[in-house]
Design a protein around this ligand. Structure first.
Ligand SMILES: *Cc1c(COP(=O)(O)O)cnc(C)c1O
Length: 949
């Protein structure tokens, strides 16, 4: 046995177990299982063209060598990205801790109170700093958040201002270039007209529904947003402000000045730049818009005992319910990064943040004085951390790069310099020396950073922030370490047991894949440095693109989208650009099967398309005749079909090639939702099936950890004809030669975590990656087999097999008064996270074990499920005081002196023997969702504060 093989570590079942499992399915070989599962005519005829596997040890030295190709310069580029100091206690206890990074999105609140609390801290921090009533638990990046702000203001425009015909949105020319590009992408399809201009001469005409400002502006100048907001408010124009989070420590909160939405990034709060991401963006707004907020909001509610409990609030806003009425498609966000940024605020507290912001500001003021003393002109009359110097850009650049320093050069005669938390006196002297040399001035040395204040009187911060206990308690490392541990213990993650979420592919996130992301050689690179400085990245990103292109059977890949849903949107925008390039602007119909994931219709609407829903058959397949009819009916305007493969029902539809042909014959392009790629890699692929574009969820199939709800990477892979339209970035050249405008802030999206997928593919190699798919299918079919008799599996392939996941029907148990949620909650008592509940069919569970789960773990899970089925058989509709309805059971409950339940404490907490060995205790009883939505509380302020209000 080659114990150095990574595949051996990644794949759960041992060879002997695989044989046993095959045997239980009545099969002699894996080949036979695959034959019975994947239709012949879509099977790949040859092996993928990928490298052979590297061992973990080989990969470690390989990636380390590549990291040395990156050059780490002192970087003062700014534009929304800054060097930071990640506190070691957060790095070690969160970023590098599977207890945090392998968690799922906290849908099952009772076993997720830890990250829910961490996210509530994040929301509170954002509400405080922005001065808004509520904030969400993160968006993908600042530019996306700005686009979401624009969409929100557009969606609510006629609610209170009779502006329903008005479609102009004003964009200050001080906006970050990448944000402008994204606003361009997002405005046109939904009918918004952008007007870009100087905010000081804006006329506040009634033709505008909203405006967005940058605070401070991209060049560092602080403008008088206060009087702008006043005039806009008077003219019924809603204002969004994109604000630098650290500057808000010193600048008055936009909310206090009357802004309607405040957005930005929290990268500055200790998160490495990572060549562009991932970082958590924030979105804060007024209570009046709480039902329109994109993404997820954490709220306070109570549990079955009336105790305080946290949960994701207002779930009805999610795309799954709203579908083509949704105004946002945000699903995966940046939870892990939000947890880290929130913890940075917990660690530093208000005093620490003030110290940091003052430090940055004082250094900037000191540098400004020195620049003037050098005899150069510094153009910003007021600033927080960024200076604008009149200088010969080319000459300065040459000297700066010789000294391994990056500034930003907006034009030939301007140099902008953005300082940060890491800037020291020696850095200021280095900057002075560079400017002196380039401009032929006499250099001098400054001896100290002087305290001074260059913020206009009217904009100085008066509003208090972070006054709550949590931000003023954990300031020693011991205290913070224990606080982080306390939260971690409340959460069930992959380091406790399997999380068999259908559609979400919670596989191993190997330590060897994760290690490199901690290295500053990967972390400390700004996304807008000259590309030569990021050579290591470019080797990895190019290779990853090529591998994904090969795996999907396409011609090109863009890594820019930061989530699956952003990939969907990007793919549809690319399709739209393709049709338009052929003069077919009118093609706007998007066919979407009724079983599709909710992000599909939401993305289509954002891309300006009209959704036509096609039917499913009894067997859960696409109704080909219905699809044909609708494609033909709309053939003049057909833009695309969005299809998930294998289907969301867990079936490889054998009609797929016919389906893609129908769409092509009627002038449309085929978009494949690649969330189920784990069932395809190495066996078949979208190109082979006849699709034109697909997104991949690198945070599902390609081993990026789920992080409790992000980060994600949702690259799109496209066929030849679509390559020219792949998305661009306004600063770093990327994408095709007829590229659409930006989809994300950064040119390569969340480049840092792309290392994880790169490592995954390199270490599994061509054989291991195919083997993984096969074992994923084997594991699913093994579970299907084991649950037979207890649970009926809905939908199977033609030869009776499941794909990599399956749906089990829980509706029959309604006869006993048991809902699918009761099973989900009871599983917690057995130490398991529930599979996906009620998607794509209400009242069912979708189970996807992935290849990483061992036979032993799956047996425990199946034993638990069968035991629960036996419990169901003993309860009745009439008597609801039962072990399922009361689940989950907390430690508090079972050790209480009072026990009012008609079953034993032992049965409640230790329903099977294996539980005794490794008990996981849910920390709250079942949460009350309705109560939380009625009484929305989204900060960590003590409940009494709201009662007083
Ligand atoms: C996960 C998923 C998506 C959305 O991906 P995000 O990264 O959460 O935006 C889309 N479609 C399907 C079928 C999925 O499972």
């Amino acid at each position: 046995m080659n114990t150095n093989s990574f595949a051996l570590r990644h794949i759960g079942p041992r060879e002997d177990d695989q044989k046993l499992m095959l045997k239980s399915l009545g099969l002699d070989s894996m080949e036979q299982l695959i034959y019975e599962t994947v239709p012949d005519d879509i099977r790949l005829k040859k092996e993928l063209d990928l490298d052979v596997a590297m061992s973990e040890f080989e990969y470690s030295s390989h990636i380390n060598e590549l990291s040395k190709l990156n050059s780490i310069y002192k970087t003062y580029i700014g534009l929304g990205y800054h060097p930071t100091i990640l506190p070691a206690v957060i790095q070690r206890n969160i970023l590098e801790n599977p207890g945090w990074y392998t968690a799922y999105t906290p849908y099952q609140a009772e076993i997720a109170q830890g990250r829910l609390e961490a996210l509530l801290n994040f929301q509170t921090m954002i509400s405080d700093l922005t001065g808004m009533e509520l904030a969400n638990a993160s968006l993908l990046d600042e530019s996306t958040a700005a686009a979401e702000a624009m969409s929100l203001l557009f969606a609510v425009r006629d609610r209170d201002q009779k502006k329903n015909k008005v479609n102009k949105f004003f964009v200050s020319d001080a906006i970050l270039p990448q944000t402008l590009s994204l606003l361009q992408t997002r405005s046109t399809p939904i009918g918004i007209e952008l007007v870009i201009g100087d905010e000081s001469t804006f006329d506040f005409s009634t033709e505008y529904f909203g405006a967005i400002l940058q605070y401070p502006g991209k060049d560092g100048q602080i403008t008088d947003i206060k009087s702008f907001i006043e005039k806009a408010n008077a003219a019924n124009i809603k204002v969004a402000v994109a604000a630098d989070i650290l500057s808000l420590v010193k600048l008055e909160a936009p909310g206090a000045l009357g802004a309607d939405v405040v957005v930005g990034t929290t990268q500055r709060f200790g998160i490495p730049m990572g060549y562009g991401g991932p970082h958590a963006a924030y979105f804060a707004t007024k209570d009046a818009y709480k039902r329109d907020i994109p993404g997820r909001i954490i709220g306070v509610t109570k549990d079955a005992n009336g105790n305080r409990a946290l949960r994701m609030a207002l779930q009805t806003r999610e795309q799954h319910i709203k579908r083509d009425r949704a105004t946002s498609n945000i699903c995966t966000a940046q939870v892990l990064l939000a947890v880290m940024a929130g913890m940075y605020a917990v660690y530093h507290g208000p005093k620490g943040l003030t110290h940091i912001a003052n430090g940055v500001h004082n250094a900037t003021s000191t540098l400004a004085n020195a620049i003037t003393k050098l005899g150069l002109k510094q153009k910003n009359s007021s600033f927080f951390d960024t200076l604008q110097v009149e200088a010969h850009a080319e000459k300065v650049k040459a000297v700066a790069e010789k000294n391994k320093v990056n500034f930003f050069y907006p034009d030939a005669n301007t140099v902008t310099i953005s300082l940060n938390e890491t800037t020291r006196l020696s850095d200021l002297n280095e900057i002075i020396a560079i400017l002196a040399e380039a401009e032929n001035k006499t250099a001098f040395t400054i001896e100290a950073i002087e305290a001074s204040n260059s913020i206009p009187e009217a904009l100085q911060r008066e509003t208090e922030f972070l006054t709550l206990d949590v931000f003023n308690s954990h300031h020693s490392e011991t205290e913070l370490m224990r606080y982080i541990k306390k939260l971690e213990r409340k959460d069930l993650s992959l380091n406790h047991s399997m999380i068999s979420l259908g559609s979400c592919t919670m596989k191993l996130n190997a330590a060897a894949e994760m290690l490199p992301i901690s290295s500053p050689n990967w972390g400390a690179i700004h996304p807008f440095v000259p590309v030569e400085q990021a050579e290591g990245y470019h080797v990895v990103l190019k290779k990853l693109e090529d591998q994904l292109t090969e795996i999907t059977g396409f011609a090109g890949t863009s890594l820019q989208p930061n989530s699956g849903a952003q990939g969907e949107y990007a793919g549809l925008m690319v399709i739209k650009a393709y049709h338009e390039s052929r003069g077919e602007h009118h093609r706007n119909i998007c066919l979407i099967p009724s079983s599709a994931h909710g992000t599909n219709p939401a993305s289509a609407v954002m891309a300006g398309m009209k959704v036509v829903v096609t039917k499913a058959t009894e067997e859960g397949n696409i109704d080909v005749e219905d699809l044909r009819q609708k494609a033909e009916l709309h053939k003049d305007n057909l833009s695309a079909l969005m299809v998930t493969y294998p289907s969301t029902h867990g079936v490889y539809e054998s009609a797929i090639k016919e389906i893609t042909k129908i769409v092509h014959d009627n002038g449309g392009q085929v978009y494949m939702d690649g969330a189920n790629m784990n069932a395809q890699v190495g066996l078949t692929n979208p190109g082979n099936i006849g699709a034109d574009v697909c997104h991949l969820n690198l945070h599902k199939t390609f081993a990026i950890p789920h992080g409790g709800g992000g980060p994600g990477v949702g690259p799109i892979c496209v066929a030849e004809q679509l390559v020219p339209f792949l998305p661009s970035n306004p600063i770093i050249k990327t994408g095709g030669d007829k590229a659409i405008t930006a989809i994300s802030s950064a040119p390569f999206g969340s480049a840092l975590v792309c290392l994880i997928s790169y490592g995954y593919i390199r270490m599994l190699g061509v054989k291991g990656i195919k083997k993984s798919t096969e074992v994923a299918i084997l594991n699913a079919n093994y579970i299907k087999q084991r649950l037979q008799g207890a649970f009926e599996t809905l939908y199977s392939g033609e030869r009776g097999r499941a794909a990599h996941e399956m749906i089990i029907d829980c509706r029959p148990f309604k006869a006993n008064g048991i809902e699918v949620t009761d099973i989900a909650k009871r599983l917690m008592d057995y130490g398991f996270h529930s599979p996906t509940v009620s998607f794509p069919v209400a009242g069912t569970m979708m189970i996807e074990p992935t290849e990483s789960e061992s036979k032993q773990e799956m047996d425990r899970f199946c034993d638990a499920m069968i035991s629960i089925k036996n419990e169901i058989d003993t309860v009745t509709k009439e008597e609801t005081n039962n072990v399922l309805k009361n689940a989950p059971h907390t430690l508090d409950m079972v050790t209480s002196d009072e026990w009012l339940f008609p079953y034993s404490r032992e049965k409640a907490a230790f329903p099977m023997d294996y539980v005794r060995d490794n008990k996981f205790w849910p920390t709250v009883r079942r949460v009350d969702d309705a109560y939380g939505d009625r009484n929305l509380i989204c900060t960590c302020a003590p409940i009494e504060e709201y009662m007083d209000a």
